[in-house]
Design a protein around this ligand. Structure first.
Ligand SMILES: [Zn+2]
Length: 227
């Protein structure tokens, strides 16, 4: 069953999701929820979906980057993004650790903000600890686009959206992205949108947060990933 995806403005997208209890994982309700999310993601289509996006404030997300979703990118674009197919999998109660600084920027969109994209700086490499749908621990080390998807989905579980991290002046409609920016080399996008080069004279503040907040976040993530 396809479930309605909620759009930005719904409070559930701005709420920290709660962890699933051990007895909930593997329950028929959770299994059904995962199946509905899988159908909803395939129908959208998209490469990741977090439970808050269907109105459930739970630390549950799914990821699947099918080869057919990559058909509109050239070999060079796929290589630059380090984008490769990712089989379907489930993340429950995930903890993420950034293994590099968030300085790899590409346009990114979200099913909860249909019709828009923005340039988002992300870490190229991450480590994720989580449980799968059977409650078994999993560890993932991901690079490139897969690392980006993981950061995006796990952000959803904390009430964070890509617009909180994007270079705000890069925000544009998908129509205008396809018309004006899609075929531009990354160097030109950086020139146009990087906070240090966009003509505003502002310092680079890649996540939209103060350096102190960013350090706190990194420290929290590091702590959580080892606890
Ligand atoms: Zn999203």
């Amino acid at each position: 069953m396809r479930i309605k995806i909620v759009n930005v403005g719904e409070p559930v997208l701005r709420t920290a999701a709660r962890p699933l209890h051990p007895e909930e994982i593997g329950s028929s309700r959770t299994r059904e929820l995962i199946e509905h999310m899988r159908e909803t993601l395939a129908d959208a289509p998209g490469v990741g979906l977090a439970a808050p996006q269907i109105g459930e404030p739970l630390q549950l997300a799914i990821v699947e980057d099918r080869v057919e979703y990559q058909a509109n990118l050239t070999e060079a674009e796929l290589a630059e993004r380090e984008r490769r197919p990712v089989p379907f999998h489930v993340l429950i109660n995930p903890e993420i650790q950034l293994l590099s600084s968030p300085d790899t920027s590409f346009f990114e969109g979200c099913l909860s903000l249909p019709g828009f994209v923005g340039m988002v700086p992300r870490a190229r490499k991450v480590r994720v600890k989580a449980l799968n749908e059977n409650g078994e621990p999993i560890r993932i080390e991901a690079v490139g686009w897969y690392a980006r998807i993981l950061q995006h989905e796990i952000d959803h579980l904390k009430g964070t959206l890509y617009i909180d991290r994007m270079w705000s002046r890069s925000f544009c409609s998908v129509d205008n992205y396809n018309r004006l920016w899609k075929s531009k080399p990354t160097s030109e996008l950086l020139q146009a949108f990087h906070p240090r080069t966009d003509g505003t004279g502002r310092d680079a503040n890649l996540s939209g947060k103060s350096p102190e907040e960013r350090n706190d976040e990194t420290a929290t993530d590091r702590h959580r990933s080892t606890s």
